[in-house]
Design a protein around this ligand. Structure first.
Ligand code: ADP
Length: 480
């Protein structure tokens, strides 16, 4: 993402020349200088976990040194508070090497001592208006239920355009099962029941926040949720939001992120999802890759590199979610690790059907005007003819496997978008990752058959992965 134009030789492994404590400027800045040719990728961990960059925290390259490959930059923080206090680890990497260094950031003392993890367990205070809130919510849900039953049926009948995909063929949706049923109408959450905590990330449609939500589930008075706020509430955005919510309400599976409902009384419009505490899978893989050792030092607790067994478990869970989507004839179109989320105990779910293009903008290729395509995950027929099918999702699933076994590398990272398009359409395959046993590479290759009908079905792929989880192949990484 932050690559400068191709630098002259000689090749230099990625190194960190400087990393200093934060300086209060117009924005706070954690200054750093790095060197490397080819230009290294620059990433951050915050307290050992991948740092989700967004408008409030992001890397800014300040200066490319003249006639050299050295560059100077800042991790820029806009109005940081006590939640931003902690260890910031800079990770740089290029084809020749990688480096990591940590600095402590201290911006503000904690004005109140609240640990968000605590609210996952234990009783908490309920707001006074609880009972009133519940009855209003029920009344609203009844109205919404009727309205949504009508729109769901309409949704079944016509194609739709939303972040789920352009002109997607509607899946065969189960019929709404009456009011109050979770698979019926969209559930409505009262705004006063949502207490925002802080930003988790930013997606194509707006910001994602961690929040506490009251009265959501009968067994818990208060729980942590991820709240997606719609950035602009134009008429068409509202319509997309509504359709999105209807579809999400229908998609219910243990490996699809759980959707709790919407909050539409006032602005902004928000969607409420289960909170997946390890964030997106791509960042998770990167922070549990070969650089994981430094995490151990930073946090003082073991959280090393993912093993073959972990990788197989991750892959099998995504395959399970895909089996479900395929059973609904739902074509995802953008399956990639950045669109999966990781929760407690290595639970992985397909968590985003849209395109998190702000953070991962280099994963997409802009074709004319506004269309952005994740070409590195797409099969030849999608690139050449924009044909998206269950079979094209299978190709992407093979690429997801490759991402998992490379600890989150970008497919064809060594190539530009146009070069990647050329390679894919000419039939070149991604190489076997170093930590990948041949049994797993075989699975990847059965996803990458040029002829869509020749690709293995997702059910079979899922079974093959399940079998490997039970009896992992013996693999010796002789190079490592
Ligand atoms: P959009 O769908 O609008 O493109 P995303 O779903 O990509 O937004 O969300 C952006 C980022 O927010 C993700 O990369 C992830 O880090 C974080 N995020 C999204 N949903 C959750 C969730 N349920 N739990 C935890 N973090 C989340």
């Amino acid at each position: 993402r932050r690559r400068r134009p191709a630098a002259p030789c000689p090749a230099v492994p990625a190194v960190i020349l400087l990393l200093q404590e934060a300086i209060p400027q117009h924005f706070w800045c954690i200054p750093f200088s790095v060197d490397g040719n080819p230009a290294p990728s620059v990433r951050w961990l915050f307290n050992g976990s991948a740092l989700a960059e967004g408008p409030y925290i992001h890397t800014r390259i300040v200066e490319y040194e003249h006639n050299s490959t050295v560059l100077h930059g800042c991790l820029q923080l806009n109005r940081p508070t006590h939640v931003n206090n902690g260890n910031y680890t800079l990770l740089v990497r290029n084809a020749l090497g990688s480096a990591a260094r940590t600095v402590q950031g201290r911006f503000m003392d904690n004005p109140f001592s609240f640990n968000p993890e605590d609210s996952l367990q234990g009783p908490v205070e309920t707001p006074d208006e609880h009972a009133f809130g519940v009855s209003v919510a029920v009344a609203l849900a009844v109205c919404a239920c009727f309205f949504l039953s009508v729109t769901l049926i309409a949704l079944n009948k016509c194609g739709r355009r939303s972040k789920f995909g352009i002109n997607r063929k509607p899946p065969s949706l189960p019929r709404p099962q009456g009011c109050g049923s979770p698979s019926g109408g969209v559930h409505h959450v009262q705004r006063r029941d949502i207490v925002l905590k802080w930003e988790l990330g930013e997606g194509a449609f707006g910001k994602v926040f961690l929040a506490e939500c009251y009265n959501l589930l009968p067994e818990q008075e208060k729980m942590l949720v991820a709240v997606k706020a719609l950035k602009e509430a134009t008429e068409s955005a509202r319509l997309d939001f509504q359709r999105e919510a209807e579809l999400l309400t229908v998609l219910q599976h243990e490996h699809i992120v759980r959707f709790y409902g919407v909050c539409t009384d006032g602005e902004p419009l928000v969607m409420v999802f289960e909170y997946m505490k390890h964030g997106d899978l791509n960042r998770f893989l990167r922070s549990h890759g070969p650089d994981a050792k430094i995490l151990d030092e930073g946090k003082g607790q073991p959280c090393g590199q993912l093993t073959l067994s972990h990788m197989l478990q991750i892959a099998t869970q995504i395959a399970s979610g895909m089996v479900y989507l395929a059973s609904l004839h739902f074509v995802h179109r953008d399956l990639a690790t950045r669109n999966c989320l990781v929760g407690h105990d290595l639970v992985v779910k397909i968590g985003d059907f849209g395109m998190s293009r702000d953070i991962y903008s280099t994963d997409y290729y802009r074709v004319g005007g506004r269309t952005m395509l994740p070409i590195r995950w797409m099969p030849p027929e999608s690139i050449l003819y924009r044909k998206f099918t269950t079979e094209s999702d299978i190709w992407s699933f093979g690429v997801v496997l490759w991402e998992i076994f490379t600890y989150g590398k970008q497919p064809w990272y060594q190539l530009s978008n146009t070069e990647a398009i050329e390679c894919i359409t000419q039939g070149r395959e991604l190489e076997r990752p170093r930590t990948c046993p041949s049994e797993v590479y075989d699975i990847m290759q059965s996803c990458w058959q040029r002829e869509p009908q020749q690709r293995q079905g997702i059910r079979e792929l899922h079974s093959r992965l399940q079998a490997l989880v039970k009896t992992p192949p013996v693999y010796l990484d002789i190079l490592g």
